[in-house]
Write a protein that binds this ligand. Structure first.
Ligand code: CO
Length: 137
């Protein structure tokens, strides 16, 4: 069911410094910061030949990543995102398998303007999993 690894997300305490570090020290291509108020985060994407790294920083009062940053002040790996072709079929299959979909269980629009859902880390070896619907080209 899952396809390509779309991105690995890392929560960072200083978005500009993290973007600069990826650009300068690691020599990667980075995008401009994009605020996503619906998700309570600002993102920068590091574009690699085979996948992306999503740098996340809290945005607004009740950001879902603020607690993570409080617990991990120097930042840390937050989630992995796998591509699926049909997100509603994927959700139905996962619910059938007993996995928990976070929030109201319905897809939201994610960082790439595509439907996304998050799955409970306790159902996936302690890893927060994001699924993003990416139609085959
Ligand atoms: Co993500």
């Amino acid at each position: 069911m899952i396809g390509r690894l779309n991105h690995v997300a890392i929560v960072v305490p200083d978005l500009a410094a993290a973007a600069q570090m990826y650009k300068t020290s690691l020599g990667a291509k980075v995008t401009a910061p994009e605020p996503l108020p619906d998700h309570g985060v600002t993102t920068v994407f590091v574009e690699l030949p085979n996948t992306k790294i999503e740098l996340l920083h809290p945005l607004g009062e009740d950001s879902p990543v603020q607690k993570f940053l409080d617990n991990n002040p120097s930042g840390g790996m937050h989630h992995v995102c796998y591509e699926v072709e049909d997100i509603h079929a994927a959700i139905a299959h996962l619910v059938d398998e007993g996995a928990r979909v976070l929030g109201d269980g319905q897809p939201k629009t994610g960082a790439h303007g595509l439907p996304v859902v998050f799955l409970h880390p306790k159902d996936f070896c302690g890893t927060l999993v994001e699924l993003e619907e990416v139609k085959a080209a």
